[in-house]
Design a binder for this molecule. Sequence first.
Ligand code: F6R
Length: 607
Amino acid sequence: MCGIVGYTGKKQVDQILLDGLKTLEYRGYDSAGIAVLDNNKIKIIKKEGRVDRLIEETKISDTTGTCGIAHTRWATHGKPSDENSHPHFNHSKNFAVIHNGIIENYQSIKASLIDDGYIFSSETDSEVVAHLLERDFDGDLFNTVRNVAMQLEGAYAIAVVSTHEPDKIIAVRQETPMIIGVSQGENILASDLSAIVNHTNTFYRLDNGEMAVLTPSDTTAYNLDTGKRIVKEMLTIDWDISQAKRGGYDHFMRKEIAEQHEVIENALRGRLFDDGQVRLTELENIKDKLINARRIHLIACGTSYHAGLVGKYIIEDLLRISVETDVASEYRYRNPILTEEDVLVVISQSGETADTLAALRLAKERNAPVIGIVNSVNSSIAVECDSVIYLNAGPEIGVASTKAYISQLLVLNILALYLASIRDVKVEDITEIAKDLLSLNSLAKKLLSEDVVIKEIAEHIKDHNSCFFIGRLIDSAVALEGALKLKEISYIHAEAKEAGELKHGTLALVEKGTPIVSLMTEVSVSDKMYSNIMEVKARGGHIILLTNDQEATSELADDLIVIPKIHRYVTPVLSVIPLQLLSYYTAIIRGNDPDKPRNLAKSVTVE
Ligand code: F6R
């Protein structure tokens, strides 16, 4: 939440900052702003709304300079407005600050600053930093930023520029991400790699309790507590900028859905072989613990949680070991039964989700081994886990997660097969599962090319206020994901229910024409599902049937989506694709921007 970027070098900084903000906009789009140093003055331009509004504003302003910082905001404290936008100034306008995170003790700091006569121009928690810098300035920018940071509680990635040392940026990180890109004659910082990959492929990652000083010729990291210099490991970005661009598609979401067949290959490569052998060298270090684990906890948020629900069905079914799946925001606070004999698996695309990170830390306190299923390389979750299985899906920019979900499903399948192999569980249909996993790439490609029918269905649901998704067993978990996708980008109320639960309440909401997306791929309960669909149909529900029954006809369905029949563990990878497309096209028809749904942001670094 919130994207930050900073640059110091020889080039004109305004365009670099604006380009950086464009790539980080998925982290928040309530407002955007830049601060540029020029002739011992700081110029701030900031605007409520999208980065494009800021770009228009900068066209009519003078933003000459080679050092600056910029911010795109997801509002937490204070509504979206010009005043609440970052960067924030102190009274004398010689410090400018950007902040991602929440300063939890800002109210007491603000009260003491007001007592000292400081006047606030925003409702944000972040503005306290600017005034603290002025109040506590001791003639040395680094010392002052450090002293100020030590007064802050909560989560923050902060960057400061000042007229006192005009080509310098000082950054501090506590809990929210900060990457430092290193180059010749210029250095750049950002919330994530997408904003620096244009400038350099060498970077280091600030960890909690660390600071960095950037000048055009140097960047040095320090420990916040001791103020001592530390040596950081230099890392290399191994994807190219084209992966973070739209590549001819109207939206990142559509591109990311289209990329899914490649994503399938990337998730399986080197991990699954034709004969059903699996290799997860990533887990060697905790193999003994996995062999003896009593229980597995799959913990995540949102779409990643929905992948975890599918994982529960697969792992329990295959291994007959108890699996608990929970949302991280509940799990972390409910004192779960979690011991060193359990294994925690955290699932996260961004690797930065605050609640998921907290669940990970809870497991470490309790000496339980932690596996991360993560997309963003070197993200906080990836770094703190005992072992990490990367999704290898490439950057996911659309706020609604699509390709990462598919990769998570695949990795969970591989994890289940790996656990079976090391725990000597015989999997009768192993070759069938492997064959189907390996055939997914071409099946997905074919499914993706048949989106005409989905566009028609989107026309049928676009004017409804409510839509229901029903299914049984694994289908019920995929139904949850279908409903989340639809609601978050089309703004149509969407609710998923286990089909057997319908008549315990939800059926009361079904009236003539209500769209009911009915997933029927679970053969063992298809008769039950058939009856549930008939019950809804009898109440006038408009049935959108998603099935792998190749004989299915429009007798049961008002709209029909037929997907290939493959092993039930693998089926969700295919069944979710039409649901993702359905949400995408419905959002488009309703005139929404699917990449930037209202009130949401990618990478939820606040709880
Ligand atoms: C929905 C969506 C979110 C994320 C959730 C967790 O489309 O993208 O529900 O899945 O915020 O994010 P990660 O996976 O980054 O931890």
